[in-house]
Design a protein around this ligand. Structure first.
Ligand code: NI
Length: 181
């Protein structure tokens, strides 16, 4: 399972609409495995196929739901509450079918836009419909940071980057770590 090269701006594929996946063959399975490995190696919390130069509607997301509950966890940590485990999602031909009216601000970075981060408003909760790696329909309800990552990755499939939506974009300081998508 080789790592794939992550393309960065101004690579034109990042601005194109990705095509729906229609064949659930061996090549697709290899691509999915490579994308998971590439995301983990980066490291990042999400990756969309156009970021590895493939114009298809496929995203992978892996994140441990804890940062959106940071304050609560700080209290709970003292009592020894363990961190939640990471969850891995593979979503093909994803579509947001429901989105909360409530929106939240958060700071995003992107593996395809090195050296920039920005403040982006996203829906707090969404429902996503799509297919799993074997072509079986799946529907997910996600919220908080997980919802943010899904919205960021699905944007990639439409040629949209976080800098298009950001209210503010800046270069992070070195001591300002950020999760990349
Ligand atoms: Ni990104």
């Amino acid at each position: 399972m080789p790592l794939r090269e992550i393309v960065t701006l101004p690579e034109p594929i990042l601005r194109r609409k990705a095509k729906p996946v229609t064949k659930f063959d061996r090549d697709l399975q290899s691509l999915i495995d490579d994308m998971i490995e590439t995301m983990r190696d980066a490291p990042g919390v999400g990756l969309a196929a156009p970021q590895v130069n493939i114009g298809e509607q496929l995203i992978v997301v892996e994140y441990a739901e804890h940062e959106d509950e940071e304050e609560e966890l700080e209290d709970e940590d003292a009592e020894g509450t363990p961190q939640k485990p990471k969850k891995l999602y593979v979503m093909i031909n994803p579509e947001i079918v429901k989105a909360s009216e409530e929106k939240v601000m958060g700071i995003e970075g992107c593996l395809s836009i090195p050296g920039l981060q920005g403040e982006v408003e996203r829906h707090e909760k969404i429902q996503v419909k799509g297919l799993n790696r074997f072509g079986k329909p799946q529907k997910l309800k996600v919220e908080g940071w997980m919802a943010r990552i899904f919205q960021h990755e699905i944007d990639h499939l439409n040629g949209v980057l976080f800098t298009d939506r950001a209210t503010r974009v800046w270069k992070p300081r070195e001591d300002e770590p950020i999760e990349l998508e």
